[in-house]
Design a protein around this ligand. Structure first.
Ligand SMILES: Cc1cc2nc3c(=O)[nH]c(=O)nc-3n(C[C@H](O)[C@H](O)[C@H](O)COP(=O)(O)OP(=O)(O)OC[C@H]3O[C@@H](n4cnc5c(N)ncnc54)[C@H](O)[C@@H]3O)c2cc1C
Length: 387
């Protein structure tokens, strides 16, 4: 048997990585977390109630109101100008008998909280170095760091994003499709507060969404062709503001930019299985989508919750326990990954569809959701990650 530095090595210091490192350490495994320092993550994440409940139960946050903003309504406005348009649709939490669909958090604030939770765990060691190579050696995984240090552990957790080195070393081949669309994000100060309502304008090239960020602040996520976004972005602040006022149909009074804008390229990434041979993949190393329906981190947190349950059920007295973890985890995650991927694909395609039958289907679907309470309930449950 080869030398062992820890029971598990977690690679990647994004939100999925820190959450995974905490879950693994809390399951009782001695854990090394490789989390190189990165520029601040300026995105925000709308997390649905099951994810928020998980964060609380896992000790990652206390009260969501301490760092986030409740989402109590979702308003969808069809701005496609198409032949067949959908009705304006309002989803209200009261209908679902909930206080909120979820909460909107700044990723930087979530990460601060996760780091504070990680610092309390004596069996979790965080190293601010990246992995430069990973390979199986005998019954362990060997991880080489940039400074030449070599670490080994039976279980390797990949949380190293879309270009995952861990995934490649495990021989898991991802399918990635890049889009011509990208997402522009920034914070806006609006003259008229949007309260707890997330407002989505559905334009032919993609949605333009304002998400509650407290008081008169809103987080903007604008999906459009990357050239359109670059053009809007590079024409100066005044021109960008004029475009944003136009896109938001001047519904919110005077608007001002509260933070600089950032553009994120979009892609769709899937894996045939999320674990094998002592390696498990969490977060964007296993799945990535356009930010439609706010599924990405919600799904990443469900990965982490399932990893915790898998670890709770494994007998670590057996020599091949890490292989059993990767196999059981992949089995557990398969249905959720497939279902969520299909749902986001269908949403994205229906939003961008140029074909009249697809437009009719989408408009008909929204009419059905507007009119049929039972269907709305099912839609709530699906969007919130119901299994
Ligand atoms: C515009 C936008 C809006 C979004 N809004 C929402 C939303 O409202 N709700 C929601 O649920 N999701 C949302 N998402 C998705 C969500 O942001 C992502 O799913 C989530 O942040 C991914 O986290 P991650 O930790 O898996 O990946 P990342 O944040 O990409 O982290 C990966 C980490 O791995 C590290 N790394 C890479 N290689 C190595 C290596 N060799 N060694 C060590 N470390 C390595 C990187 O440095 C990085 O820190 C949105 C995404 C976008 C683009």
């Amino acid at each position: 048997m080869s030398r062992q530095d820890a029971d598990a090595i977690v690679v990647g210091g994004g939100l999925a990585g820190v959450a995974a490192a905490i879950a693994v350490a809390k399951a009782g495994l001695s854990t090394i977390h490789l989390a190189p320092t990165m520029p601040p993550d300026r995105r925000t994440s709308a997390l649905m109630m099951p994810s928020v409940d998980y964060l609380r139960q896992a000790g990652l946050i206390d009260e969501p109101a301490d760092l986030g903003h409740a989402l109590t309504q979702i308003r969808i406005i069809d701005a496609t100008g198409r032949l067949i348009r959908a009705p304006e649709t309002l989803f209200d939490t009261k209908e679902a008998g909930l206080a909120a669909f979820g909460w909107n958090f700044a990723n930087m604030r979530l990460l601060e909280r996760f780091h504070a939770a990680a610092a309390t765990l004596p069996n979790l060691r965080t190293i601010s170095e990246g992995a430069v190579a990973t390979a199986p050696v005998d019954d362990h995984w060997q991880v080489e760091l940039a400074d030449g240090t070599v670490l080994t552990a039976p279980l390797l957790v990949g949380a190293d994003g879309k270009k995952s080195l861990v995934r490649a070393s495990a021989g898991i081949v991802a399918q990635e499709r890049t889009f011509t669309q990208a997402a522009l994000v920034c914070d806006l100060e609006v003259g008229r507060s949007i309260g707890g309502t997330s407002i989505e304008f559905h334009y032919p090239q993609g949605p333009f969404t304002l998400v509650p960020a407290g008081g008169n602040r809103a987080n903007l996520v604008w999906i459009d062709d990357i050239d359109v976004l670059r053009d809007a972005y590079s024409g100066g602040a005044e021109r960008l503001l004029a475009i944003l006022a136009e896109k938001s149909q001047r519904l919110f009074g005077d608007i001002a930019m509260a933070t600089p804008a950032f553009v994120f390229p979009l892609s769709r990434l899937t894996v045939p299985l999320a674990g094998a041979d002592g390696v498990v993949l969490t977060g964007e190393s296993a799945h990535a989508f356009p930010p439609i329906g706010a599924q990405g981190l919600n799904l990443g947190l469900r990965d982490v919750a399932d990893l915790a349950e898998t670890l709770a059920g494994v007998d670590r007295g057996k020599p091949d326990w890490a292989i059993a973890v990767s196999r059981d985890y992949a089995k557990r995650r398969a249905a959720d990954l497939a279902r969520t991927g299909t749902m986001v694909d269908a949403l994205f395609r229906s939003l961008l569809a140029e074909m009249v039958p697809a437009q009719a289907l989408r408009a008909g679907g929204l009419w059905a959701l507007k009119l049929a309470p039972a269907l709305r309930k099912q839609a709530f449950s699906l969007g919130m990650g119901g299994r």
